[in-house]
Design a binder for this molecule. Sequence first.
Ligand code: NAP
Length: 472
Amino acid sequence: MADELTDPLLSISEAPTDVLPACPTSPTVAILGSGDFSRSLAVRLIACGVRVVVGSRCVNRIQSGLFPDSVELMSQEGAVTQDVYVVFMALFPEHYPSLLGLQSALAGKVLVDVSNATEMNIHGLSNAERLAELFPDSLVVKGFNTVSAWELQTGAHDGSIQVLICSDSTEGKRKVLQLARQMGFHPVDMGGLSAARDIEVAPLRLFPSWSGPILVTFLLFLFFYGYGFLREILLTFLAQGHNAFYRLALDLVNESLSAVALVTLALVYLPGLFAAWLQLWRGTKYRRFPAWLDHWLLRRKQLGLLSFLCAALHGVYSLCLPLRRVTLYRFINAAYRQVKAGIEEPWDEQGVWHSDLYLSCGVLGLGVLSLLAITSLPSVGNTLNWREFTFVQSGLGYAALTLSIMHMLFFSWDFAFHVEAYPFYMPPSYVLAVALPCTVLVCRCFLLLPCISIRLARIRRGWESKRNCPVL
Ligand code: NAP
């Protein structure tokens, strides 16, 4: 999960460069356009001690008080003929040609294209490349489009918001990277202007890193819900005529959520085990993992959070169980049967222990999972050093997995081995649900064996087996 937190939205990491010195003589930044983005950008720049001039087609139309007092409003031409550090194009790309008259005034200047794509599939050139074609003598830089006007004004204080930047001009890119850093953003150098296509569609993507984990969680839920429906409701109804369809709304959902939470948590730790076994088998850490494993490793944080969501919902559903009308009927029926059978004090010591242990493990498991979810937030994770983060995400993660497995086992121990628990030769869903998590725990225990863990530790510190290291 740690890799995920430091990864940029898109690929390619940023090489650190120098930061603008605190400006005794503030640089001047020009913004063309006086709309929402321009206003927010101006507020942010002014707050960072930058002099801002806004160039508008019609200054008189700008309402007073819209921009901070220190922003200088002027004509487009007036703004770009100043000695400016960079010029932000805060207008829609279809209006770029209306600025062609400013071509000579903009020559040699850095133009920042902040526009977004309107559709995922860009045909032909990106907006930034078209701007570069219109103004061949200017240094066009793509950037800031992934930041909303709202974030510009409010969210940049902790430096965790990424600004993706690309350009064919090294000088232009350097200037914009410095400015972004001075504004409190985390700039990421995405390379040449051809990367503008990816950057322009980035704001259109819908939860790109979440779609796979959400799909997996949803399919798991469908599987457990469908399996439970078939085994406990439909087949029982067809074979014995017993109507248990009322269980569809709450019981079955609750049962499926607990199974999904457990399996999803196991899926968080499984790719790490694959990676470790692969490194042991290859005898080196310097060969890339297959793409599917790389992808899976990068989605562990999302899977962990989805597991937490299912576990939390399972907790809430379980708390609701006593509120149901069916529980009331069950109590009355059980009491009636005991009165009829003449039982005065029905106390089952073993049952009491089982239920207490299973509840206790469940609550503790959920508590540890909550801790994992909180530390996966960038603002919390960033305050931990690497050792602390690994301890929480791996050490406590396995503790949460163990507690959740124990929760399931204490719940099911009594009846998991009875032949009645296997009607139609179908095992109960919790037996299916614990299979993968138990396998993960056992494999993890094998990795802790000294003969294996020492070799793995050496490989991770750069040692390679002879067949991989022809130099030695
Ligand atoms: P907006 O509120 O509609 O402002 C656009 C401005 O463009 C107008 O106020 C206008 O200012 C200027 N303009 C210059 N020439 C024009 C022409 N020929 N026709 C019409 N307007 C012209 O739009 P916005 O939300 O600020 O967005 C501006 C750019 O920022 C867009 O490319 C958008 O994709 C990008 N962006 C916006 C956001 C956001 O949150 N709003 C976020 C990321 C990127 P004058 O009348 O003063 O010239």
